[in-house]
Design a binder for this molecule. Structure first.
Ligand code: C2E
Ligand code: MG
Ligand code: MG
Ligand code: MG
Length: 282
């Protein structure tokens, strides 16, 4: 069985293949109960402004604290959750957990930054998605601008009209939207310019190649320029090295995220970062 391609790809076949392994099958079967029994946790990875490494936001990344297997990353369970439909309950848990985290930081008197959550195409196929999101925001007494939503291009494939209307509703309520893994799919900037998207997240494969290939550098620079002309911000994903950070800064990229800056961390470490307001990469 091939390894999971991740949220950006269609994954129904992968999900079947995953059941080949006993562990994959067990995870698929146990996930609904894991959501109900609070075995999921969020880790948070900061996004920093390239000028000065100020923390501008966090991305919430789900993990499963499995009683037997330990901490499991989403690559092992998101695709099968999409295939079985368990992603709806999982996604709803993630939304609430993000709201709860912002509210907790607010209650401590901290200057909060937006928390971004990831959504699957399956979640956007639900016409009531925006309504539920609004209800969670209201229930937790936070503001829509306390959250951001990250989608992938696969969210924009069939039924496109429904997905677009959900995106419009989400943006209209004041939750900004980022397009994740940009560059791995088939969309060009001209195709996404009319979508309600505020931020482009440059996929880490481009960031990775900046050093080795001058073409990658040219592509990155052009995408940043074009995105800015279209009034979108650009966040670079997967920055692992100092020279990538320097290159991106020179190319005018707005924000960056990656292991060089910080790995995704637990809520307590994220709170410490929030208090410090800036990261100080090595
Ligand atoms: P993503 O949204 O593109 O998130 C970025 C992934 O890259 C995360 O993996 C993050 O830990 C990893 N990463 C960050 N910086 C670096 C770096 O410098 N180098 C490398 N090699 N990797 C880096 P993670 O947490 O395993 O998540 C994988 C994917 O699972 C996410 O990709 C997202 O598509 C999905 N996912 C995570 N949480 C959720 C969720 O709550 N709901 C849904 N539907 N999908 C989620
Ligand atoms: Mg993401
Ligand atoms: Mg990404
Ligand atoms: Mg990516």
């Amino acid at each position: 069985a091939s390894k999971r391609a991740g949220r950006g790809r269609f994954s129904y076949y992968d999900a079947t293949a995953s059941a080949d392994s006993a562990r994959g099958y067990a995870l698929e079967r146990e996930l609904p109960r894991a959501v109900a029994e609070q075995q999921l946790v969020l880790h948070f990875q900061p996004k920093v402004r390239l000028n000065d490494c100020r923390i501008m936001g966090f991305e919430a990344l789900v993990r499963w604290q499995h009683p037997e297997y330990g901490l499991i990353h989403p690559g092992e369970f998101i695709a099968s959750a999409e295939a079985t439909g368990a992603i709806r309950a999982l996604g709803d848990w993630v939304l609430k957990a993000c709201c709860r985290q912002v509210a907790a930081w607010r209650a401590l008197g901290l200057d909060t930054v937006p928390i971004a959550f990831n959504v699957s195409p399956v979640q956007l196929r639900d016409g009531a998605f925006a309504e539920r999101l609004a209800a969670h925001i209201a229930d937790h007494g936070i503001a829509p601008s306390d959250l951001m939503m990250e989608i992938t291009e696969s969210c924009l494939i069939e039924p496109r009209a429904l997905a677009l209307s959900v995106l419009e509703q989400v943006r209209d309520m004041g939750v900004s939207i980022g397009l994740d893994d940009f560059g791995t799919g088939f969309s060009s900037l001209s195709q996404i310019k009319d979508l309600p998207i505020d931020t482009l997240k440059l996929d880490r494969s481009f960031v990775n190649d900046i050093r080795s290939s001058s073409e990658a550098g040219v592509i990155v620079t052009s995408v940043i320029t074009l995105a800015h002309n279209l009034k979108m911000r650009v966040v670079a994903e997967g920055v692992e090295l100092m020279d990538q950070l320097v290159y991106l800064k020179t190319a005018g990229c707005d924000e960056a995220q990656g292991y060089f800056l910080s790995r995704p961390v637990g809520a307590h470490a994220a709170e410490e970062m929030l208090r410090a307001a800036y990261l100080h990469p090595a």
